[in-house]
Design a protein around this ligand. Structure first.
Ligand SMILES: [Zn+2]
Length: 149
């Protein structure tokens, strides 16, 4: 599967996953957008919901081609090897989670307190980046390797 096709497949799977499981929070209705203009108190709520959606979709698209890094960097063996496996996906998620925990500890040691909402945004980012890689693997699993990437 070519790079642009991965973006399309990731976007479609991200919309389907969001519609079914709502990983980026509650459903955002257009009436919520209207309340943005009619009720000044709704601004933080609408902004939070939109922020979650933006992080979810941008992260799933950001990693749409990441597993194909094995074509540029040959440390993972052959193409569609470790970086396209569930073990590689778990490895990637653990690296992200460990990096996030180290960064949170770094901030805490310097007296910088991070709100629980920001922590949840970080976890959503990690989940979305991992889901983006999973969507790539799903997209590759329905194509043959001889069609390019
Ligand atoms: Zn691939």
């Amino acid at each position: 599967m070519q790079g642009r096709n991965h973006l399309v497949v990731n976007a479609a799977l991200a919309v389907a996953t969001e519609s079914l499981f709502h990983p980026a929070g509650p459903v955002f209705h257009w009436m919520d957008a209207c309340s943005f203009f009619t009720h000044a108190g709704a601004l933080p709520t609408v902004g939070t919901v939109l922020g979650y959606k933006c992080i979810y979709y941008s992260c799933t698209l950001l990693t749409a081609r990441l597993p194909d890094i094995d074509q540029r960097i040959r440390i993972f063996g052959k193409h569609r090897g470790f970086s396209h496996s569930l073990m590689g996906l778990l490895f990637f998620a653990l690296i992200l989670l460990g990096g996030g925990l180290l960064f949170a500890d770094f901030l805490r040691r310097r007296g910088i307190l991070v709100s629980q909402e920001i922590q949840m945004l970080g976890l959503l980012g990690i989940l979305s980046l991992t889901l983006g890689c999973l969507f790539h693997i799903i997209g590759d699993s329905v194509t043959f390797m001889n069609d390019g990437v």
